[in-house]
Each structure stands twice: as C-alpha cells, then as structure tokens.
Design a protein around this ligand. Structure first.
Ligand code: A3P
Length: 282
C-alpha cells in the first residue's frame, strides 16, 4: 500500500480519545466521498479548497502515524482502513462505517491497484489476477468479509453509524443528514441553513469531485489512479466472468449464513444468480 512502515506501526498504537470521529472503511467503499462530506460539515458547508489534500485534513491513520493524528485539534476526524480488532477504540469516540457490495468493491480495488504504479507492481495485472487476490483476502487490509462482519455486528451501537455506499448513491441527502445528526447537534444544525446542505450535495457530487480531483491531488503525482473513477452501482456486471461471480456469491453466502450481511444489499445475490442463471449452482 506504500505507507511508511514506521507510520503504519505507530498508527496501530494510536490511543483513541473521547470526541474522536473515525471514518472506517474497507478500501474502495466510498471513503474519499465520506471524507469530503464530513469535512464540509465541519466547515459550515465550504468545500475543500483547491491545493488542499483531504488526506491531510482528515488524515489516514496508517499513513501518517499516531503523532500526527494526536496533534490534530479536537475534535479529530480520522480515516482508517484497519480491521475492527485493530481500530483504536474509545467508548466516547464515534465511528462512521461505510460498506460497499463486494462485487463493485473488487472492481474499484482492481483499478486502484492497477493504477498506482509506484505502489504496486500491477500495471499489467488483469481483473482475473486481482480477483484471485481479493477472494483469497490477499490484498491491502485483508479479507473483505473479515473486515465487514465485525463492523456489521456493531452497526446498532450508539457510537457507530453504519451506512452503505449504495444508500449514499441512492439518497445522498439522507446520508448527509444522518452523518450530521450522528456527529452532533453543532453539525446537524448547520444543515438547517438550506444553502449549507445544498452546497454539500453540490460539491460532493460525483461530477464535482471527479472534476476537481486532479486539482486537489496535484501535489501527489504518485497517485495516478483516480479515487473518483466511475461512481456507479453495478459496474461488476462489466467485469465478472460467470465463474468469478458464482465464487463470490458462494463466499458471500457462507459469511451471510452466520451474520445476515446479505440484508445490506437486498436482492443482490439473486440478481447475480439471475444474470448467470445458466450456471448450474450446487
Ligand atoms: P469506483 O472505482 O467504482 O468509481 P474510496 O474513496 O474508498 O477509495 O472509494 C472510491 C470509490 O468511491 C470509487 O468507486 C469512486 O468513484 C467512488 N466515489 C468517490 N467519490 C464519489 C462520489 N462523490 N459519488 C459517488 N461515488 C464516489
């Protein structure tokens, strides 16, 4: 993943504090989008200025290390991809978890890995190559389901807001309001001013964010792959073979049998099976 090893190690040791706000995701599940929404909530509806890097404003714990995060002014806003067991915990910290269906996640993760040529030796890698790594949990931050399941189990905790990327796409306004309410009244009362809510929806729209991303990231030439790529639900349909789709359905069902995570995306597995209906699935 290309983070300095000492920062990664130090990030693992960060002691969460009361008032900290974590954005927690498995990679490619809508982290950057959520960072921008949360940043604008903090800033009275003002967008991230050109030249500023969202990953400095709401830093990635594993990338910058614990000293950097500890030195942020309170209340801190922190991004992490760490699995549940390693995420710094404090009962008075808040955790926004965004989940995305694994079919689209692996597609997005593939383009990310292929595009970051300085971080990964994968420029020539195919989707089929990446799929094998993903389904075996041999990618950055490990197995998708192992990341999701423990957070899903905490979804009703008072200090956890659990949303899906698909819900955010379907009704971004509702997601912004939920985030603001969850973070506290100083954020939700901002939204009473209509222009604040409208500003957030406008500046965090896919169109705006994709247009601005090169200007935000101009100081980070290593980052060749766009974090804002396509922004669609269902792009998996353009990438999966029948065999890949069925193997991921199978793995999903194994985890879902114990946890009900299938409920996060009603009808998804049926849709996959319908699309690949000829496959004799036993
Ligand atoms: P795609 O690669 O499917 O387009 P992360 O920030 O966790 O790396 O997630 C990246 C994914 O979120 C990418 O998915 C990206 O396009 C999508 N994304 C980023 N900003 C978005 C926005 N404003 N609206 C919808 N999707 C967005």
């Amino acid at each position: 993943m290309g983070f300095p090893a000492d920062c990664f190690e130090s990030g693992l040791g960060y002691q969460a504090q009361a008032g900290d706000n974590f954005i927690v995701t498995y990679p490619k599940c809508g982290t950057t989008w959520t960072q921008h929404i949360v940043w604008m909530l903090q800033q009275n509806g003002q967008p991230l200025p050109v030249g500023k890097d969202i990953n400095r404003e709401i830093p990635h714990l594993e990338q910058v290390g614990s000293e950097f995060v500890a030195a942020l002014p309170a209340p801190r806003f922190i991004k992490t991809h760490l699995p549940h067991a390693l995420t710094p915990y404090h009962p008075e910290a808040k955790y926004i978890y965004i989940a995305r269906n694994p079919f689209d996640c692996v597609v997005s993760f593939y383009y990310h890995t292929q595009g970051f040529v300085k971080h990964y030796d994968f420029a020539e890698g195919t989707f089929a190559d990446f799929f094998e790594c993903f389904i075996n949990g041999e990618v950055d931050f490990g197995d998708y389901f192992e990341h999701l399941v423990p957070w899903y189990a905490c979804k009703d905790n008072a200090n956890v807001l659990f949303l899906t990327y698909e819900d955010m796409v379907e009704n971004t306004q509702r997601a912004v309001i939920e985030m603001a309410k969850f973070l506290g009244t100083q954020y939700s009362k901002q939204l009473k001013k209509l222009d604040v809510l409208n500003n957030i929806l406008h500046h965090t729209s896919f169109a705006q964010m994709s247009q601005k991303q090169s200007r935000w990231s101009s100081k980070r030439p290593n980052y060749a792959a766009p974090f804002i790529r396509k922004g669609k639900v269902g792009d998996w349909q353009n990438h999966f073979s029948q065999e890949q789709a069925m193997r991921l359905v199978d793995k999903f069902r194994v985890y879902s049998a114990q946890t009900n995570i299938e409920k996060l995306w009603p009808g998804l597995l049926d849709d996959v099976e319908k699309k690949y209906g000829e496959f004799c699935w036993q």
